[in-house]
Design a protein around this ligand. Structure first.
Ligand SMILES: CC(C)(COP(=O)(O)OP(=O)(O)OC[C@H]1O[C@@H](n2cnc3c(N)ncnc32)[C@H](O)[C@@H]1OP(=O)(O)O)[C@@H](O)C(=O)NCCC(=O)NCCS
Length: 185
């Protein structure tokens, strides 16, 4: 199972999820440096050198075997500008066979169902191509849009960790969600 890889690109009716490229820097920095985007995240808002460093690391991870980190660009067409990114990070524990999913989108594109559509396809690929058993996610409990997306994806809230995440405003509660392969439709 560790040798299995996602088959990329992943396409949906409206969207493409593909590996990041060096030419994505400007579009990636446009959302990574936006304070409304990173408000509930562990990182950001980025300086250009932060985004540069992250993009280089994500591109380097594409060649790793086994591949643990999938940070994928979200576009309307394979050669179009990035709207955002979705990630799938595989656990390195053989007895778990799980992965964490995450997502981020430029605010100009919020509210059009893009992330739900893309995440659904990424989860499906994770359960088939990688034969994952479980996909999980965490989010700042105040992040209403993220909570809504995770629920639309059919994930179940399994826990709320009190004061477990430190963000710019201080310590905040964090929800933990998951879906099992047997539950995913
Ligand atoms: C979270 C995020 C990725 C959602 O992307 P998106 O493409 O706009 O999501 P969708 O359009 O698929 O769904 C958003 C849902 O949240 C709802 N929503 C938006 N803001 C909300 C809020 N403050 N409270 C509750 N629900 C909210 C929308 O109405 C929609 O639900 P609906 O389809 O039932 O109407 C996007 O807002 C984002 O990038 N946020 C900043 C980064 C981030 O927080 N990432 C998540 C880290 S865990």
């Amino acid at each position: 199972m560790p040798g299995r890889r996602l088959h990329l690109p992943i396409t949906t009716e409206r969207l493409v999820l593909r590996d990041l490229r060096t030419g994505d820097l400007d579009a990636m920095h446009a959302y990574a440096s936006h304070k409304d985007v990173t408000r509930f995240l562990f990182w950001g808002p980025n300086e250009l050198e932060d985004t540069c460093g992250s993009l280089s690391a994500f591109i380097a991870a594409q060649a790793e075997t086994p591949r643990i980190i999938y940070e994928l660009g979200l576009t309307l067409g394979e050669d179009e500008r990035l709207l955002g990114a979705l990630c799938l990070y595989r656990g390195d524990h053989e007895t778990r066979n799980d992965a964490e999913i995450g997502f981020v989108l430029h605010p100009d594109c919020w509210g059009q169902g893009y992330v739900t559509e893309a995440a659904q396809a990424l989860m499906s690929a994770g359960f088939t191509d990688l034969e994952l058993h479980r996909i999980w996610a965490t989010c700042d409990a105040r992040n209403g849009a993220s909570v809504r997306v995770l629920e639309k994806l059919g994930m179940q809230r399994e826990a709320t960790f009190r004061s477990s995440r430190k963000v710019a405003e201080g310590w905040v509660d964090e929800h933990s969600y998951a879906v099992l392969r047997a539950e995913f439709t």
